[in-house]
Write a protein that binds this ligand. Structure first.
Ligand code: LLP
Length: 432
């Protein structure tokens, strides 16, 4: 199976996190997001242990909220001792409402408005990752108004191509994010920031992309960033105390994808950092990483109920489900691969090829093309889509005025609602 929290039960049903998904669908209705809480904790622990063993003192993994953000997740992050990355007042507010200690939060984004900056400062967000000069000015101004000194990291573009899909590739020189080393703008923004009296420059941040599998990307990124740290020390006498390497480790979505040994990856990055710092005579910085997908992706599964099964002789078959691009836009956006099952027919041979289609009024609303399913698949069956914990709930929309599904957490053999299903009334809440 694609992940060790998925199996077939003796009754021919699909089990997730030890629980019968057909029963869960009946209990909570579909479409439904399931999240395996124990798996989220397990993934956090892998990062936390690896950071403790292989990275310099003070290093900390920061969960990238954008992968999935709701209050219960921040309570889990608090319990686990994880830092967080946030990109909007909405994520900050959600974390704050959940009681998360925002001194451990890093505020990202390539266009934080003055209001965003003011809100984040008033909430006590610990670190701002400034993307550009205008933002440095805005942070300085707001910090001065509050007579405080704001911790800041600068987002740097290291000029490294992680060879993932374009929409999530961010480390190349022509990116909309950050200041490039190659053009001299990274140097310039560093010098500029150091002149600000209400900013404490802590170090540098970069993020080169998401769903990264390529060997050595983070090792190369660490090396390039440390060369930049050395150059800034030589040029301005500034010694970075933090180096934030962003997120990006990939996860398998289908059987053919290889998994990554995260602990081993971090050990290898730690080695490069230790060797480079020794060679460049730099003090070891605290190292941050911002995993999102690799913390929550395989803790998620989406359940749908099949509606019409359409057979077009000599052409193709469609299974339409009661959700679609509104709860999972990733196929429509990126042609993302997913493993799909008919959860109540796990003991039947998969002798039919079908496209899983959503319910929205556009042909591009597909969940996955050419899935192998049992030919008896019919209306009322439960369709399960695996590995939907990252960038599904967080990217969901109300297109076609479809309410967003509930999120149900699975823990120790029991289940509870973490986010309620939207109602029709919710859809009109802000309409006048
Ligand atoms: N840090 C920064 C600054 C980021 O921009 C991102 C992701 C992360 C951390 C987390 O990266 P991860 O560990 O999750 O790969 N919607 C796309 C993914 C967009 C990722 C954007 N930034 C998708 O569904 O594949």
């Amino acid at each position: 199976m694609i992940c060790d929290n998925i199996r077939t039960g003796k009754n021919g049903h699909l089990y997730f996190a030890g629980q019968d998904t057909v029963e869960l669908a009946a209990k909570y209705k579909t479409p439904l997001y399931l999240m395996d809480e124990d798996k989220i904790r397990e993934k956090c622990r892998i990062y936390l242990d690896a950071f403790e063993h292989f990275l310099p003192e003070g290093s900390r993994p920061l969960y990238a909220s954008k992968a999935c953000s709701f209050k219960q997740l921040y309570r889990i992050m608090t319990e686990m001792g994880m830092g967080i990355d946030v990109v909007s007042p909405g994520e900050i507010y959600t974390a704050k409402e959940a009681g998360y200690d925002l001194t451990g939060a890093y505020f990202h984004g390539n266009n934080k408005t003055d209001q965003d900056i003011a809100y984040a400062m008033d909430c006590g967000v610990g670190y701002f990752v400034a993307d550009n000069m205008a933002e440095v000015d805005a942070i300085e101004e707001q910090a001065a108004q509050r007579s405080c000194i704001q911790n800041v990291l600068l987002r740097i573009t290291p000029g490294i191509d992680p060879h993932t899909y374009d929409a999530v590739s961010t480390g190349k020189v022509d990116s909309k994010f950050g200041s490039a080393i190659e053009t001299g703008q990274a140097d310039e923004i560093t010098g500029y920031t150091l002149t600000k009296s209400h900013i404490r420059l802590c170090g540098f941040h970069c993020h080169v992309g998401s769903q990264v599998f390529e060997e050595d990307v983070f090792e190369r990124v660490a090396r390039v960033m440390l060369e930049f740290v050395r150059d800034m020390k030589e040029r301005y006498g500034f010694v970075a105390s933090q180096l934030n390497l962003g997120g990006g480790y990939g996860v398998p979505y289908i059987e053919e994808d290889a998994g990554l040994d995260i602990a081993e990856k971090i050990r290898s990055v730690g080695r490069v950092i230790a060797d480079s710092c020794r060679e460049m005579e730099l003090p070891l910085p605290a190292v941050m990483m911002e995993p999102g997908r690799s913390i929550v992706a395989d803790s998620g599964m989406t359940l749908y109920t099949a509606g019409n099964v359409k057979r077009i002789p000599e052409y193709k078959n469609y299974i339409s489900v009661d959700g679609g691009m509104t709860d999972n836009p990733r196929y429509a956006l990126y042609r993302s691969s997913y493993t799909c099952f008919i959860a109540n027919r796990m003991d039947e041979p998969c002798d039919m090829t079908a496209t899983i289609a959503g319910r929205c009024c556009e042909s591009g609303d597909l969940i996955q093309r050419d899935v192998k399913v049992p030919s008896a698949t019919t209306k009322g069956d439960i369709v399960a889509v695996c590995t939907t914990g990252a960038y599904n709930f967080s990217m969901a929309s109300n297109y076609n005025r479809i309410p967003r599904p509930a999120v149900v957490m699975l823990k120790d053999g029991s289940s509870y609602v973490a986010v309620q299903r939207e109602s029709l009334e919710d859809l009109c809440r802000n309409d006048i």
